[in-house]
Design a protein around this ligand. Sequence first.
Ligand code: FES
Length: 162
Amino acid sequence: MPDSALARILADFRGERAELLPILHRVQEAFGCISEAHQQEVARALRLPLYEVNGVVSFYTHFSKTRHGLPLRICQDLACHLRGASALIRDLGAWVRQAQGRGAELTAEPVSCLGQCDRAPAMMVGGEIITELTPQTLQAVVERLASGRPASTNGATEVGGR
Ligand code: FES
């Protein structure tokens, strides 16, 4: 039996293969993740093999398979790696764990390229892209989110050092 909220989403579509991405976007938006159970229902509704749905969910960085709070997606691909993303990812994990210990519902999620290579290292929080990360800006983002404020300091779409 499909989840009723998921069934309502699926009812808005005709059940055609080409609708896979729009459906997955709706599921991600509604549930904050696309779980294995969601993927099975979508695959059944579109008459697709589960591996195909899972492959699409795995490919796109804005889809998550699990929900552990707001995902802080930090790029781990080459341009960001060359500008220190590995250390930032370690730092982010530590700061997020500290914030979780204080009750914040945040999660660190290394992802593939966010299309901001010329302003690396980059991360995405919700729909907001934050570029030219430093340990200081990254820690400030975590602290702001942990205290219920927006990721950036001024409501702009980016935080950068340029
Ligand atoms: S490699 Fe990180 S944004 Fe492209």
